[in-house]
Every structure is written in structure tokens, then in C-alpha cells.
Design a protein around this ligand. Structure first.
Ligand code: NDP
Length: 327
């Protein structure tokens, strides 16, 4: 059979990750990278990958089986998701959790009207963690689910620190509190507070003449971002920031503990330890691109989430092969 023709819209961290992930999936072929920037500013991983202006996408509908949307959730996807779902089968990693129902509706209507399949909010959270939360609840209805994030670099919190006057550069790590994880694993049903579950640690480069104590104070008191957490602030040099904090590590745990009969505890745990958040997210997107294409071939149109995709559709293997090898 012919390889699935995949294209990338948006060439940031995630777009570069998708390029890498496709190389591990011989049943898929990358047919183009589409960008809002001048094409000559983009360096594809393989020099023979064509780069196009995003305006050309509309004319390329017959060349592309699935378009992977790699834009940002805040500004790009709310516009690009509905627009491209009218023209292509799409996959994206929209991760603004509270707005997923609205985004689903905005993508569903154009996809249905044009008989396309649009898989939204794939990745790891939302994505693999969502599946594991839903599984945990279904298998152990009498229980509690705890999600822990980290150790990981949070882009949003790093940006918030960088915007503080006097800060020249910064990264922020979210770390689960070990005692809270032990409690979740122990089957204890007590709900943990925000402060009990995660700590935040910042590495900050100061501008010349900036007041370190004032910067520290602004960080730890920042509402929504830091005020509800125990936050540690470390001041480092620009060289240390570049040397030790460039990797986009992340990961986390979904722990479901519950009881099947009184006094009989059962615990399910799923964990990820990621040296590159965007490369892993991109690997998930590529597997879901295969599934979205198959759903489309089966006539299942409209917006879908990870809950709507049978796991077998993610695998390059046939149902017969999976039954023989994996059951
Ligand atoms: P980036 O900021 O790296 O890229 C977003 C877009 O910005 C790109 O598609 C690109 O579009 C544009 N861009 C990238 N680099 C430049 C540049 N140097 N100059 C100008 N424009 C640039 O974001 P990420 O790829 O890291 O993440 C994308 C989204 O993925 C995030 O917003 C997040 O919501 C989501 N995500 C979801 C996860 C999940 O588990 N569900 C996990 C991780 C991320 P263009 O080429 O058109 O200019």
C-alpha cells in the first residue's frame, strides 16, 4: 500500500519533532512543511523536504492525506484548526484544557460539512494522560485520580518570569513533591492541595544592576503562577542557563488508587519521563495521524479526541498481527 502522505503546518519545536517522528514510521511520508515565515528561513531536517508558504495549502488538498497542525494553542490553533479542518484531515495538540469543548465544536462543524476527520488535543496532557485518567476511573470507579507533572520545564511559567523587570533570562521547573506521590500510591483517599502536590523551582539570570531580592519577591508572590506553590528561586549566570537548562525535559504521573471491596486497595500508575517534551508530543501526533487517516477512510468524519480512537488504529500493524503478537 502507498505511504500516508503527511504535511506539517508550522515549524516550531513540535513541527521539528514531527519531522523526526515520521522518519521512524515507514508507512508515512512527509510531503511538505507549510509556514507563515519566508520559506528560506526554515531548515528542514532532510534537505529534500519541500517548504511552502502556508497560503499554498488550500491549493494542495489533493497532495495531502493528513495535515499535522503544529502551531501554538493560544494564538494559532483557534484560527488554524477550524480553517484547515474544512480542507484536510487534521491532527493537533490543542492543550488549553478549559477551552477544549469550544475548540471541539469549532473544528467539528467544518470537518463534518466537508467530510474530513479532525483529531484534536492529542499529545501527552491532554492526550495519553487523558486516556489513563479515563481508564483509571472506569476500572476503579470507587477511587481517586491524581495527576502529577514533572520534573519538567514549563514554558508558560518560564515566560512569566522572563517578563519581570530586571530579569535577563529564566526557566521554571515544576516538580512533584515525593511525599504527595507516596500518599497517592498508598491508596489514601485524602485530596491533596495544590501546594502539597507540586513545587516550583526557577533559575534566573539577572540584568546588570537588578535587585535580586525584589525579583525573588515578585516571582514568589505572582498570583496564579507561583503564589499557591512553594517556589525556590536560584540566580545563575547566562552561561549556566545556556549550558544546563536548554533541554525541554518533562513528564509526570497519573495515579489512580481505589478499592474493589472495603479494605482491598488497587493502584494503577502511568508515568512518562521525557528528555524532549516536543519530540515526544510529536511522536504521539504522528501515531494519531495514522489513526485519523484510517478513521477518514472508514467514513468517520468530524472532530474526534483520543477517547474516540481504538488503540489498534494507532499501530502500523494489522489487526491480525496485533492479535498474534500483542494479546
Ligand atoms: P513554538 O512556539 O515552537 O511554535 C509555534 C509556532 O510558532 C510554529 O508552528 C511556527 O509557525 C511559529 N514559530 C516557531 N518558531 C518561530 C520563530 N523562530 N519565529 C517566528 N515564528 C516561529 O511552539 P511548540 O512547537 O513548542 O508548541 C506548540 C504547541 O504544542 C504549544 O502551544 C502547546 O499548546 C502544544 N503542546 C501540547 C502538548 C500536549 O501534551 N498536548 C505538549 C507540548 C506542547 P510558522 O512556521 O507558521 O511560523
Amino acid at each position: 500500500t502507498d505511504p500516508i502522505r503527511v504535511a506539517i503546518a508550522g515549524h516550531g519545536n513540535l513541527g521539528r519533532g514531527v519531522e523526526a517522528a515520521i522518519l521512524h514510521n515507514p508507512d508515512m511520508r512527509l510531503v511538505g512543511i507549510y509556514t507563515r515565515r519566508p520559506a528560506e528561513q526554515i531548515s528542514p531536517r532532510r534537505p529534500d523536504t519541500p517548504v511552502f508558504a502556508i497560503a499554498e495549502l488550500a491549493g494542495h488538498a489533493d497532495r495531502i492525506d493528513v495535515l499535522i497542525l503544529c502551531g501554538g494553542s493560544k494564538e494559532d490553533l483557534p484560527q488554524q484548526g477550524p480553517e484547515y479542518a474544512a480542507l484536510f484531515n487534521t491532527v493537533d495538540s490543542f492543550d488549553t484544557h478549559a477551552r477544549i469543548p469550544d475548540y471541539f465544536a469549532a473544528v467539528d462543524a467544518p470537518a463534518r460539512a466537508n467530510r474530513k476527520t479532525a483529531l484534536i488535543s492529542a499529545g501527552w496532557d491532554p492526550g495519553m494522560f487523558s486516556i489513563n485518567r479515563a481508564l483509571g476511573e472506569a476500572l476503579l470507579p470507587d477511587g481517586e485520580t491524581h495527576t502529577f507533572w514533572g520534573d519538567g520545564l514549563s514554558q508558560g511559567h518560564s515566560d512569566a518570569v522572563r517578563r519581570i523587570p530586571g530579569v535577563a533570562g529564566a526557566v521554571q521547573y515544576t516538580r512533584p513533591v515525593p511525599a504527595a506521590m507516596e500518599q497517592a500510591r498508598s491508596g489514601s483517599r485524602r485530596m491533596l492541595t495544590t501546594r502539597e502536590k507540586h513545587q516550583r523551582e526557577c533559575f534566573v539570570v539577572l540584568q546588570e544592576g537588578a535587585d535580586a531580592e525584589q525579583v525573588r519577591d515578585t516571582i514568589v508572590r505572582m498570583p496564579h503562577y507561583f503564589a499557591d506553590y512553594d517556589t525556590t528561586v536560584n540566580f545563575i549566570s547566562a552561561e549556566e542557563l545556556a549550558r544546563d537548562h536548554a533541554a525541554m525535559v518533562h513528564g509526570g504521573f497519573v495515579i489512580r488508587s481505589g478499592n474493589t471491596t472495603a479494605g482491598t486497595a488497587q493502584t494503577i500508575e502511568y508515568s512518562l519521563k521525557l528528555e524532549s517534551n516536543p519530540e515526544f508530543t510529536a511522536s504521539v501526533l504522528v501515531a494519531y495521524a495514522r489513526a485519523a487517516y484510517r478513521l477518514h477512510c472508514m467514513g468517520q468524519y468530524g472532530a474526534k479526541t483520543v477517547f474516540d480512537v481504538p488503540p489498534g488504529l494507532l499501530s502500523p500493524k494489522s489487526a491480525e498481527q496485533l492479535r498474534a503478537e500483542q494479546l
